[in-house]
Design a binder for this molecule. Structure first.
Ligand code: AMP
Length: 136
């Protein structure tokens, strides 16, 4: 098991070197592009998606430079990983979707449909969200 974890981690280190500091979320983190902030702490920023797909559609991102979910889980500290998850709960509370319920989604890579190469969690709510996946 330990060897397997090391192998994944090594692969992700290579992938992490490809992090593009010009991606749109890196630019938001540097304050070069505005965002509609919902929540922020030492490790995490959450802001409204520019093209919302639900009445509430918030993106939760770590402040560190991680390309995708696998890169994040391989290289981020326990504190950063916990912060990202707790930030989702805070966002749900702040936006009023905790009670009625909501969805958390992370697109990873080409098949996942990830467009921005800085790991992010989508938080959707404000209406019944229907089936988890539409058939292709
Ligand atoms: P994904 O397909 O998972 O990579 O999702 C990227 C998301 O980022 C999309 O939902 C976009 O609408 C959103 N997005 C792109 N640029 C911005 C921006 N400047 N501010 C807020 N959301 C953005």
């Amino acid at each position: 098991m330990a060897a397997e974890i090391r192998t994944i981690s090594e692969k992700r280190t290579t992938k992490a070197m490809a992090y593009d500091p010009a991606n749109v979320f890196a630019r938001i983190l540097r304050g070069e592009i505005p965002c509609k902030k919902v929540y922020e702490d030492a490790h995490t920023l959450a802001f409204h998606d520019v093209a919302p797909q639900a009445p509430v559609h918030v993106l939760v991102i770590p402040k560190g430079a991680y390309t995708d979910f696998d890169d994040f889980t391989a290289r981020a500290s326990e504190r950063e990983i916990a912060a990202l998850h707790r930030a989702v709960t805070r966002v749900a509370e702040i936006t009023g979707i905790s009670g009625p319920g909501y969805r958390v989604l992370c697109n990873v890579g080409a098949n996942g449909g990830q467009e921005v190469p800085h790991v992010h969690l989508h938080v959707f709510g404000g209406r019944r969200l229907g089936r988890m996946l539409h058939s292709a």
